[in-house]
Design a protein around this ligand. Structure first.
Ligand SMILES: NC(=O)C1=CN([C@@H]2O[C@H](COP(=O)(O)OP(=O)(O)OC[C@H]3O[C@@H](n4cnc5c(N)ncnc54)[C@H](OP(=O)(O)O)[C@@H]3O)[C@@H](O)[C@H]2O)[C@@H](O)CC1
Ligand SMILES: Nc1ncnc2c1ncn2[C@@H]1O[C@H](COP(=O)(O)OP(=O)(O)O)[C@@H](O)[C@H]1O
Length: 603
């Protein structure tokens, strides 16, 4: 019993993230009870610093450590950690980037005999020289950069959850100067320092890397990518939202014992437990029609391979039957690769449309028939406005079945530009960043064009916008994929699920076609096509398919690398296993590994 409660809490801590305001509410009762959270945080930070130094073979008494300390409590954590490391004979310098330092933290550090370098001439820090000239301020900045570059480890305690916007002032200047000295453009996460330990000091971020968007996962200005982040109390969204999650490095989470049971997570990461609950294991009473039938309108004369990949992926995902509609060439290839496929119309439990179908700007002879079929099908999903006409000018009554009651449909690739303006949540769109930018531009969602770079710099924001504007459940694909759908507990709220299970080897042609087939398969299995009340479950099923896709790629490539790694829990005695790069794969390899991945999940 106790063990299962622990497991449940551990799962909640590792796979849920809470907004900064929620974390402050969770801290409050403990602070009121006098629990020394800052001391606990600092002890954990010092411990992680020692561990990182140890892993590089640097003894503490030989270690050079620089702590970049801001004026708030994040700086306080850094100062207490600095005091502890100095007390254990490391050479520690604190670089004060703000106008002050946390009083008690500073006192503890001063007591340990460590050095402080003040950068702001207007700082007021007892016992430290301030009021120096602009020239001297510049010289101090250069000294700070040199100190960091000579250090074995730099602890980033400039800002934590109290940050607002991009770093400004001296914190920004110092961060930019460090990035310059490392030859890194720190703005867009275009490069990371994670892959180069030894060439630059190790970076340990305290609570969060300074300057990243704690709640929205954006990178609004300069920041130092951390090798490791020691995070306190609960994961903040930046630990799982791209692109900020990539700046956190490996995360160690310090469990303060927050009462998280009633707290609302801001985002959730898919894990094996959640994914396995979406997979149906057949019973003796099942037969092919009760195990899910998927219909695919995919592939084209020009791109028939997408039809082969999607149908095979769906067929391997544990369903009863695959139906295929498409041009003769694609039909022939589908049947050759999958004799089990049934060609032509018939009852289905879910549709997959668009993979390998050229977009409107790209149509070739013979492909128009696919687009016409998809257009007719999608018209059944168009929601009506109050006048009774649907948004595309059609007569809703003439469409027959209500859009909510239609089988779920996955709209991929070339069909995205055929998506009606307003659809229910049983319509799932699966764009990558460029496709989402195109869709949002066509719908004029933000009253102007949207670029792929904009989407990649704030994927959660744009996935959420697309969900809220169209009503569709959105899968924005990437190393960490973002799923935005209706919250099952509050239909007015968007639920954000994330999945980072796949190795980067999955970024290969046709992987998206495979995913579309798998999502269709899991949707066909689930009982989600009937009533509007069930619509929210779509997001969970879709996220489970994304997880299964990533796991299949991991199995196929033998890689342990993945887009997102769960945090270690401080003191739990676990350690992340080593990094195995694995081997390259093609999309067909992913399909072959699906049954094994399913067995792993349900086993
Ligand atoms: N509460 C607790 O029990 C516990 C809290 N804990 C720790 O406290 C942290 C939160 O501390 P916090 O609230 O003091 O905020 P914090 O992150 O230090 O930021 C404020 C400072 O940053 C500055 N600053 C802000 N924006 C900036 C910008 N854009 N660019 C540059 N500077 C900027 C701002 O300066 P200002 O702008 O006000 O001049 C001010 O100096 C939390 O993350 C965790 O580490 C742990 O000890 C566990 C227990
Ligand atoms: N770096 C990466 N790490 C993990 N998965 C990735 C990475 N890059 C892309 N992927 C995944 O690979 C798939 C590519 O899909 P897509 O771009 O539609 O390819 P295609 O159109 O060729 O089928 C998506 O599921 C995406 O999430």
């Amino acid at each position: 019993m106790g063990e299962s409660i622990d497991h449940e809490r551990l799962q909640m801590l590792r796979f849920n993230a809470y907004a900064a305001d929620t974390v402050r509410e969770l801290e409050r009762p403990l602070l009121d009870d006098g629990v020394p959270l800052m001391r606990m945080a600092a002890a954990a930070a010092a411990h992680e610093a020692k561990r990182m130094l140890g892993a590089q073979g640097v003894a503490l008494e030989d270690a050079n450590v620089v702590v970049l300390a801001g004026a708030g409590d994040n700086g306080g954590d850094g100062l207490f950690a600095a005091a502890q490391l100095a007390g254990e004979d490391a050479r520690v310098t604190v670089v004060a980037v703000g106008r002050g330092l946390h009083d008690a933290g500073f006192a503890a550090f001063a007591h340990s005999g460590g050095r402080v370098l003040v950068l702001d001439p207007e700082a007021e820090i007892p016992g430290c020289v301030t009021g120096f000239s602009a020239g001297e301020a510049g010289e101090r900045l250069r000294v700070a950069v040199d100190l960091v570059n000579q250090a074995d480890l730099v602890m980033d305690a400039m800002t934590g959850i109290g940050v607002s916007g991009a770093l400004h002032g001296i914190a920004a200047t110092l961060t930019s100067a460090l990035l310059d000295s490392w030859g890194i453009d720190g703005r867009a996460g275009s490069e990371t320092i994670q892959d180069h330990p030894g060439e630059r000091p190790l970076v340990l971020a305290v609570d969060t890397p300074s300057g990243i968007g704690v709640d929205d996962g954006t990178l609004p200005g300069p920041y130092l990518t951390a090798d490791r982040t020691v995070m306190f109390g609960a994961l903040k969204p930046c630990a799982m939202l791209p692109p900020a999650a990539y700046a956190c490095g490996k995360v160690t989470l310090v469990d303060f014992g927050f009462d998280i049971d009633e707290a609302e997570p801001a985002s959730e990461m898919m894990d094996a437990d959640l994914a396995s609950s979406a997979i149906l294991v057949p019973s003796v009473h099942d037969m092919k029609y009760t195990r899910g039938v998927v219909g695919l309108v995919t592939g084209s004369t020009r791109y028939p391979g997408a039809a082969v990949l999607g149908t095979n992926a769906a067929a391997r995902s544990g369903i009863g039957m695959v139906r295929y509609l498409g041009p003769q060439r694609a039909q022939d290839l589908v049947l050759q690769a999958l004799p089990e496929a049934v060609i032509g119309k018939g009852h289905v439990n879910a549709w997959v449309v668009g993979s390998g179908v050229p977009a409107s700007t790209d149509t070739a002879d013979g492909d128009d028939i696919q687009r016409e079929t998809i257009t007719r099908l999608l018209a059944h999903y168009a929601l009506v406005d109050e006048s009774g006409t649907n948004d595309d000018g059609g007569d809703a009554a003439a469409q027959g079945t209500h859009p909510d009651a239609m089988p779920p449909i996955v709209v991929d690739a070339g069909a995205l530009d055929l998506l009606p303006a307003r659809v229910p949540g049983n319509v799932v769109i699966t764009p990558h960043a460029g496709e989402l930018a195109g869709l949002l531009t066509r719908l004029d969602t933000i009253n102007g064009p949207v670029t792929a770079d904009q989407v990649m710099s704030a994927p959660v924001r744009y996935a959420q916008l697309a969900h809220e504007d169209t009503g569709a459940t959105v899968v924005l694909k990437g190393a960490i994929s973002v799923i935005a759908g209706t919250d099952p507990y509050d239909n007015d709220r968007t639920r954000i699920l994330l999945c980072g299970r796949a190795p980067a080897w999955l970024g290969t042609a046709g992987a998206g076609d495979v995913l579309a087939g798998m999502i269709g398969a899991l949707l066909s299995q689930s009982d989600v096509s009937g009533s509007p009340d069930d619509a929210p479950a779509v997001a969970d099923t879709v996220a489970a398919a994304v997880y299964l896709h990533g796991l299949s790629a991991a199995i196929a490539s033998h890689a342990t690398q993945c887009g997102w790694r769960a945090p270690e829990i401080y003191g739990a005695g676990e350690r992340n296993t080593g990094y195995v790069a694995g081997e390259p794969i093609i999309a067909s390899d992913v399909i072959r590994a699906i049954p094994q991945a399913i067995a792993k999940l349900i086993g």
